[in-house]
Design a protein around this ligand. Sequence first.
Ligand code: SAM
Length: 295
Amino acid sequence: MSEFDGLPPLRDVVKKHELAAKKSLGQNFLFDLNLTGRIARAAGPLAGVTIIEIGPGPGGLTRALLTEGAERVIAVERDERCLAALAEIAAAYPGRLDVVPGDALTVDLAELAEGAKGPVRICANLPYNIGTALLVGWLETEPWPPWFDRMVLMFQREVAERIVATPAQRADYGRLGVLTGWRATARILFDVPPSAFTPPPKVTSSVVEIVPRREPLPCDARILTAVTAAAFNQRRKMLRQSLKGFSIAGTSLEALALLQRAGIEETRRAEEIDVAGFVALARAAGEMSRSGLGE
Ligand code: SAM
């Protein structure tokens, strides 16, 4: 029995339920309940809080979230092999753990969180192969502010660095940093070495805290994403070049006019433009396409 919650050690759970890790599902499990406790506390205090957890696997983080006092954990898991192990945890915490079998990329998480009495938070050791896609979806949530008040997520260190990057970290700064910086504040809380996982991944991981801004600078998320993608597609080129042929909803916009309207020098490069600059570009692009100022 574990000293934390009276449930069997995770290694025994994995053995009993034959949960050999599958690479295709990004399965790198955490067995150390001290570490999962640390991640859960980073999402806390948890009294009265509903947690949406993605990929509970054998339940290491799930158990920590429950012992740390989460009112309710709603855990979405794609691997049906894990469901019996998770049912044992649910039985030990009556009424506090709901396991939802399914793909987190398609399950409507906002709907799952509906009816929660207190704050809702997302906390997960994410499957590395869909971590970025999930985060982008959460950051593009409409309406904003979203249904969650914080995210505490584990990524590969290299992805974590891109999430928190600003123009000061040129090599890492890109679409992910702009989208995150626009709608949230983000920081890396701590690193987790490969040896903490079973099986160990090749790279170091990091736990990141992302807190939605209540009032991000107003702009259209889709246009911001589109203009950022175009600008960083050729990140070393001047914007007058990388934004050539940029179009919205079939309207092609003239790069120089767009940059002028946004108040950005045509010789600047994407990696020099901060979030406010990209928002100005997105707003200028939206205005131009609405008023038929295409090429
Ligand atoms: N939370 C567990 C832990 O910390 O030990 C497992 C983390 S493991 C990195 C990622 C988990 O996400 C696995 O349990 C995997 O089966 C699950 N997973 C992978 N793809 C998923 C998807 N599309 N939707 C929901 N869960 C998924």
